[in-house]
Design a protein around this ligand. Structure first.
Ligand code: COA
Length: 289
C-alpha cells in the first residue's frame, strides 16, 4: 500500500530503532495522507503521538490503526479541533501533556486546498486557506511553545513548492505556504537561542495524496513524471524519512531550512500549470466575466 508504513520501515530502513523512544510528537492534520505517514514513522521509531483533527471519526480511526504499529507507543486522538481556533488547540495541548507529560516535537501539517482561479476565489475562500495553513501553523506553535521551551523541542512545518513560481489555480495556497516558510524562518531565528529548531518540508508531487488527485488529471501522470528529474512521483514515505531526519539528532545543527522533497521538480517549473495554461485558465476566468 502506498499510504501506510509497517515494521519494514524500521527493519529495512536507515533509522536506528527506538531513536524516538519516550519522545512525544504533536501533529495537526495527523489523520491526513501525508501527516499520517509522518506520524507513523515517528511511532514506529518509538514516539508517542497526539493527532489533532477536525473530523472525529477520521481522527479516531487513524489513531486506532496507528496504535497497531507499536506495542510501546500510544496514540492520542484529539478531535473536533480546528487549527484556526487557538483555544481549541490550547486544550489539545493540555490533554497531550496530561496524557504524555510533555511535547518534544511538533508537526504543523493541517492544510486546506481546492483548485480555483482568482475569479472563482471569494474573499472568504482565500481567507479560509490562509487561516488554516498560515494562522493554523502559527496557532499550533504558539499553543505548544511552553512545552517546546521545556524540552528544547523541534518543529516541522509542512509547506509546498507551489510558491516558488506562479502556479495558476493555486494563488491562495501559494500565498499561504509562502507565509508558512516566512514564519518558520523567523521562528528559527527567534527560538533558536532557546534550543528550539524550526524547519519546513515542502512536498512536491506525492502519489496518493488529495493534492495530486486534484492537480493531476487522469491520463497525464506519465507526462508529469517525465517532467520530474528523478522520473517518479514522490511517496509519503519520502516525506516521512525527511521528517525523521529533521527530528533526529542527525540534524541537531539544522535550523531554518526548507527541504523540498520533490525529486528536483520545482527547478523545471510546475508541470501542472503547463497543462492548464493558458487555455483552461482563460476558459475558467471567462466563465465568471
Ligand atoms: N472553489 C472555490 N471556492 C471554494 C471551493 C472551491 N472548490 N471550496 C470551498 N470554497 C470556498 C467556499 O465557497 C467558502 O467561501 P464563501 O463563504 O465565499 O462561499 C470558503 O471557501 C470556505 O468554505 P467552507 O467550506 O465554509 O470552509 P471550511 O472551513 O469548512 O473548509 C476548505 C475549508 C475550503 C479549505 C475545505 O476545502 C477543506 O476543509 N479542506 C480540507 C481538506 C483538504 O483540503 N485537504 C487537502 C490538504 S492539501
Amino acid at each position: 500500500m502506498v499510504n501506510t508504513l509497517d515494521s519494514s520501515f524500521v527493519e529495512n530502513g536507515p533509522w536506528k530503532p527506538d531513536i524516538f523512544k519516550d519522545k512525544v510528537v504533536f501533529v495537526t492534520g495527523g489523520s491526513g495522507t501525508i501527516c499520517r505517514v509522518q506520524t507513523e514513522a515517528m511511532v514506529l521509531l518509538g514516539a508517542h503521538a497526539a493527532i489533532v483533527g477536525r473530523n472525529e471519526a477520521k481522527t479516531i480511526a487513524a489513531a486506532k490503526e496507528m496504535s497497531q504499529l507499536s506495542c510501546s507507543a500510544s496514540i492520542l486522538p484529539l478531535t473536533k479541533v480546528d487549527v484556526r481556533n487557538f483555544d481549541q488547540l490550547q486544550r489539545a495541548v493540555e490533554k497531550t501533556v496530561e496524557q504524555f507529560g510533555k511535547i518534544d516535537y511538533v508537526i504543523a501539517g493541517a492544510a486546506g486546498n481546492f483548485i480555483a482561479d482568482f475569479s472563482h476565489l471569494s474573499p472568504n475562500a482565500f481567507k479560509s486557506v490562509i487561516d488554516i495553513d498560515l494562522l493554523g501553523s502559527f496557532n499550533t506553535v504558539k499553543a505548544c511553545f511552553p512545552e517546546l521551551v521545556k524540552t528544547k523541542g523541534s518543529v516541522v512545518f509542512v509547506s509546498a513548492t507551489l510558491h516558488y513560481s506562479g502556479v495558476p489555480f493555486q494563488s491562495h495556497v501559494g500565498a499561504a505556504k509562502a507565509g508558512v516558510d516566512a514564519l518558520s524562518n523567523a521562528l528559527a531565528v527567534e527560538l533558536g537561542p532557546l534550543g528550539i529548531r524550526c524547519n519546513c518540508i515542502a512536498p512536491g508531487p506525492i502519489e496518493g495524496t488529495e493534492g495530486i488527485k486534484r492537480l493531476l488529471p487522469a491520463g497525464l501522470e506519465s507526462r508529469a513524471i517525465e517532467q520530474i528529474p528523478l522520473q517518479r512521483l514522490g511517496t509519503t514515505r519520502d516525506i516521512a524519512d525527511s521528517t525523521v531526519y529533521l527530528f533526529s539528532p542527525a540534524s541537531s545543527f539544522v535550523n531554518g531550512t526548507v527541504t523540498a522533497v520533490d525529486g528536483g521538480a520545482w527547478h523545471i517549473g510546475s508541470t501542472f500549470s503547463r497543462d492548464m495554461y493558458p487555455k483552461q485558465l482563460l476558459k475558467s476566468i471567462k466563465s465568471k466575466l
